[in-house]
Design a protein around this ligand. Structure first.
Ligand SMILES: Cc1cc2nc3c(=O)[nH]c(=O)nc-3n(C[C@H](O)[C@H](O)[C@H](O)COP(=O)(O)O)c2cc1C
Length: 139
């Protein structure tokens, strides 16, 4: 038996195998940050492909901290239904899920004085296209 395909534990969480997918940004969320059908299809395909633990791509815990356009939103409860739909799809395919939280360093407009003092400027969020159309299952 290949040990890679045997279950593993992280605390009380049992992972069906030892294949862990690192966070890879897809830019499949919509402009607001809501999970889309493309987001679900992308991660579902990886779960069905046999990944044991999927790390969903980087998401900022604060709006000003977003790294790019079409980044998955997790900084407000309004994103919970979409995130729940995504996680349910991953779970139904037998995988477990985590998500990478990352703050891009942007400062909210309300703290403009702090922004002026900061050397870390809010950068322009430019990229919008998914990284690779080939990453998506045909539908
Ligand atoms: C298209 C793409 C998107 C990525 N997005 C993220 C990301 O959201 N967060 C992150 O920490 N790393 C991201 N990465 C880096 C990958 O997680 C990293 O390449 C992977 O862990 C493999 O590690 P290695 O570069 O050490 O081989 C991305 C890589 C690619 C190719």
């Amino acid at each position: 038996m290949n040990i890679l395909l045997t279950p593993a534990r992280i605390g009380s969480l049992e992972i069906p195998n030892r294949i862990v997918m690192p966070p890879m940004t897809t830019r499949t969320a919509d402009e607001e940050g809501y999970v889309t059908d493309d987001t679900v299809a992308y991660y579902l395909a990886r779960a069905q492909g046999g990944v044991g633990l999927i790390t969903v791509e980087m998401a900022s815990p604060e709006k000003a901290g977003r790294h790019r356009r079409r980044e998955i939103g997790i900084y407000d409860d309004r994103f919970v239904p979409g995130l729940t739909r995504l996680i349910d799809a991953i779970h139904r395919a037998g995988a477990k899920a985590s998500i990478q939280l990352g703050h891009g360093g942007g400062i909210p407009a309300a703290t403009s004085a702090a922004r002026r003092r900061s050397r870390h400027r809010q950068f322009r969020i430019r990229s919008t296209r998914p990284h690779s159309k080939r990453s998506f299952p045909r539908r």
